[in-house]
Ligand binder design. Structure first.
Ligand code: C5P
Length: 227
């Protein structure tokens, strides 16, 4: 089933401390951004890629797209102050499609089977997101003191992709923008509309490359996949 994907790529990567957009760092000899793009470039069901970029990085990114043969990019709007604004910049430029996926450009290990499940279920249910079950004991902490041990059974760590019927996400983004509501993911904006959001179990490999250690995990995942 077909879909288009929005990839926010306009972050500053401060927590990586690399002095440049972390998405340009090499993972197994290729920029992280390219590894993520290649998953969608190579998925026949993906009919278009929208990339939110920093204005000053657009030329370099276009050069990378050519170098690595990424041909599905339909638009590269300027990203915004927050990730949500970057996603909205893409949604505003898109024409009507059935299903839109939002995926962090910093998660290069996403796989086609998970994408396919999300897209299929989004057609039926409207809003479906990827996540994994919490592995550690979870506690609420206030000022360094444990307040409560939370029942782990019902806790999930949420990732991207997040898949939506296009109309639903567009409305959620527009309403959030109108009232200045800022969510930490797209699902929160849809939850605000009292629309049910469903979960698909993903894998722990689908890490977001955020800090230096994530690059070490990332290299290990690549080695493991190539064995
Ligand atoms: O910083 P973090 O890794 O959580 O950001 C997740 C994704 O959102 C990254 O791919 C990053 O480039 C993107 N982003 C964005 N615009 C922002 C902040 C983050 O496109 N203002």
């Amino acid at each position: 089933m077909n879909y288009e994907v929005v990839l926010p790529a306009a972050g500053s990567g401060k927590r990586m401390g690399a002095g440049q957009n972390k998405l340009f760092l090499s993972l197994g000899g290729k920029p992280i951004l390219i590894r993520t793009l290649e998953v969608f470039q190579n998925d026949d069901n993906c009919t278009g890629i929208w990339l939110a970029v920093k204005a000053e990085e657009r030329d370099y990114i276009q050069h990378l797209l050519e170098e690595y043969g990424i041909t599905k990019v339909k638009g590269l709007p300027n990203g915004g102050e927050e990730r949500q604004h970057s996603v909205y910049a893409c949604i505003k430029e898109m024409e009507q499609v059935d299903i839109v996926l939002v995926h962090d450009a910093a998660r290069p290990f996403i796989t086609k089977p998970i994408i396919s499940r999300l897209v299929t279920e989004a057609y039926e249910k409207g809003a479906v997101i990827a996540g994994v079950k919490a592995k550690d004991t979870m506690k609420k902490v206030n000022n360094g003191v444990i307040v409560e041990t939370v029942d782990r059974e019902s806790l999930w760590m949420i990732q991207t992709p997040q898949a939506f019927r296009f109309e639903l996400l567009k409305r959620a983004e527009e309403e959030a923008e109108a009232i200045g509501f800022l969510g930490t993911d797209e699902a929160m904006l849809v939850e605000r509309l009292n629309h049910q959001v469903y979960i698909v179990e993903s894998t722990y490999e689908n890490v977001k490359i955020t800090t230096k250690e994530d690059l070490v995990f990332g290299e290990a995942i690549l080695r493991h996949r190539n064995e």
